[in-house]
Design a binder for this molecule. Structure first.
Ligand SMILES: NC(=O)c1ccc[n+]([C@@H]2O[C@H](COP(=O)([O-])OP(=O)(O)OC[C@H]3O[C@@H](n4cnc5c(N)ncnc54)[C@H](O)[C@@H]3O)[C@@H](O)[C@H]2O)c1
Length: 269
């Protein structure tokens, strides 16, 4: 998601600092953006000049201190609350006092990240969808502590990136994942029960509901580890059995079959 966010913001004209824990990972993310932009040039969606200009606005670094120059920092690290809280505490030390600190979390409580800083009024969720350059929606998440200015700036930022922005309260899953994940979880359950094959369930939901992809292709795209983390966060919050991750999903994550990113999930890549 991190490289997708960098592409979206740089395309909108912002100067972007793309930070990863290692320079090699940051460079690989930037190379991913460059490759994606090259495809867009091939399809004549952007010009070669646009590509160069967009790439010229992105600086890839492993140095957290480079984020000191940013007005808005969006974290998109692994979906693990302890990791995210620790990162927000670090960002608090580095970011300029006026900066807004945002999270791209899919489900975790934004309030917990806000309270890990000394500026909870300037913390919110800015939740992009996958792949960020292609998906039109952004959920702007308002924790109890966020100021109106913070939310307004986040909404304007998302709109300036040519996204449809919706505002939502800080509840696990926000709008989209609260509705989507019971469906994805129940698709795996249907397959576990032997009702139909993975391929036929995907075909059915594409043809029967006009969805662009079936539930298994979508789980593999999201990543099975991220999907499991989302379901666990939803279940922790609501205790609804529809959110209780089916055993197969947990076993596949334990086996390291995480979907597209490991070339093996419910489908092979
Ligand atoms: N996958 C999706 O469809 C999707 C959609 C919207 C939002 N998100 C959210 O985006 C975030 C990232 O998800 P992803 O799918 O890109 O996951 P991913 O597993 O592809 O990437 C996570 C990245 O975080 C890095 N990381 C782990 N621990 C870190 C730390 N302590 N400090 C810095 N970096 C660290 C990893 O090296 C990895 O590069 C999550 O919060 C997720 O909920 C994901």
């Amino acid at each position: 998601m991190g490289s997708g966010l960098a592409e979206v913001a740089a395309k909108a004209g912002y100067h972007v600092v793309l930070r990863s824990r290692t320079q090699a990972a940051a460079d690989a993310s930037l190379a991913g953006v460059a490759k994606g932009l090259a495809k867009q040039v091939e399809k004549e969606k952007i010009t070669p000049g646009d590509r160069e200009a967009i790439l010229g606005r992105i600086t890839a670094t492993d140095h957290l201190g480079r984020l000191a120059e940013c007005d808005l920092i969006i974290e998109s690290v692994v979906e693990d609350l302890a990791v995210k809280k620790a990162l927000f505490t670090e960002l608090e030390q580095i970011a300029k006092p006026s900066a807004i600190l945002a999270t791209n979390t899919s489900t975790l409580p934004v309030i917990e990240m806000a309270m890990a800083t000394q500026r909870p009024a300037q913390v919110c969720g800015i939740h992009f969808f996958n792949p960020a350059p292609a998906m039109k929606l952004v959920e702007v998440v308002r924790p109890l502590t966020a100021s109106d200015d913070t939310i307004k700036t986040a909404m304007l930022f998302a709109q300036s990136c040519d996204k449809d922005a919706v505002e939502v309260k800080d509840r696990a899953g926000f709008i989209v994942n609260a509705l989507l994940f019971p469906y994805l979880n129940n698709a795996v359950r249907l397959w576990e029960q032997g009702t139909a094959s993975i391929e036929d369930i995907d075909t059915a939901m594409k043809g029967g509901c006009n969805f662009p992809m079936g539930p298994f292709a979508l789980l593999d795209l999201v990543g099975l580890d991220t999907s499991l983390a989302i379901l666990d966060a939803l279940y922790t919050e609501f205790r609804d059995p529809n959110y209780a991750a089916v055993p197969t999903l947990r076993r596949m994550v334990a086996a390291g079959h995480l979907g597209r990113k490991t070339r093996r999930g419910f489908l092979a890549y």
